[in-house]
Write a protein that binds this ligand. Structure first.
Ligand SMILES: CC(C)(COP(=O)(O)OP(=O)(O)OC[C@H]1O[C@@H](n2cnc3c(N)ncnc32)[C@H](O)[C@@H]1OP(=O)(O)O)[C@@H](O)C(=O)NCCC(=O)NCCS
Length: 179
């Protein structure tokens, strides 16, 4: 089901991708990142069943504008019962960047993810950008894993996600290429 949102003068559709969208998603990832690593990551995450939620943004003709994926992260230690996922990768077609598509895509997907009962979401990226969604680099200091550092952030959805820390996390196997 496509949900349409007004962004400036444009109508942007948000939906879960179907099998037929996968080649266009791959092309978009290569275009947005200028390399094939992120496209390969998404394909491998899909293949190993690690994806928790995937969303695309389209224009009013159905053309692909943006994509994001959340995948399962496994916790051990104090927070071993937490449902944890990570946001990676996220991209918007370079021709459509800085118009609010990424913000809408991420915010709506986070709302859906919260509805699935996740406790904590992790991201690696610019604090200037991701803090607008509530991602917090201070909280992420209690999350030990391969990406710990100043651009590693965490967003809690539940009290457990805020309090049942520290937690040590392991990402899905396809991320090993990026560690
Ligand atoms: C990051 C990205 C998804 C943002 O999508 P977008 O549709 O352009 O974002 P929006 O229009 O909603 O938001 C634009 C804001 O993000 C900021 N922004 C964009 N890219 C940024 C970056 N790499 N670092 C910090 N801020 C960034 C812009 O300065 C702008 O800030 P403002 O709202 O304060 O003016 C998009 O720029 C992109 O695909 N980049 C290439 C791929 C990438 O780096 N992905 C993120 C890492 S997985």
């Amino acid at each position: 089901m496509v949900e349409f949102h007004q962004i400036g003068e444009d109508q942007v559709g948000l939906r879960t991708p179907e099998k037929k969208d996968e080649p266009a998603i791959l092309s978009l990832l290569v275009k947005a990142f200028g390399q094939s690593n992120e496209g390969r990551l998404v394909e491998r995450l899909r293949a190993c069943g690690a994806l928790v939620l995937e969303r695309i943004a389209t224009d009013d003709d159905g053309k692909l504008l943006g994509h994001l994926a959340f995948s399962r992260v496994t916790g051990t230690g104090e927070g071993h019962r937490l449902k944890i996922s990570c946001l990676a990768p996220v991209c918007v077609d370079p021709a459509s960047q800085n118009k609010g598509v990424g913000t809408k895509l991420i915010q709506e997907a986070l709302d859906d993810l919260q509805g699935l009962g996740e406790d904590l979401v992790l991201v690696l990226g610019s604090p200037d950008y991701y803090s607008r969604f509530g991602f917090d680099s201070e909280l992420a200091k209690k999350v030990q894993g391969p990406y710990a550092g100043p651009i590693f952030m965490a967003l809690p959805f539940t009290q457990a996600g805020r309090e049942d820390l520290p937690v040590e996390v392991t990402y899905a196997t396809p991320f090993r290429e990026f560690e």
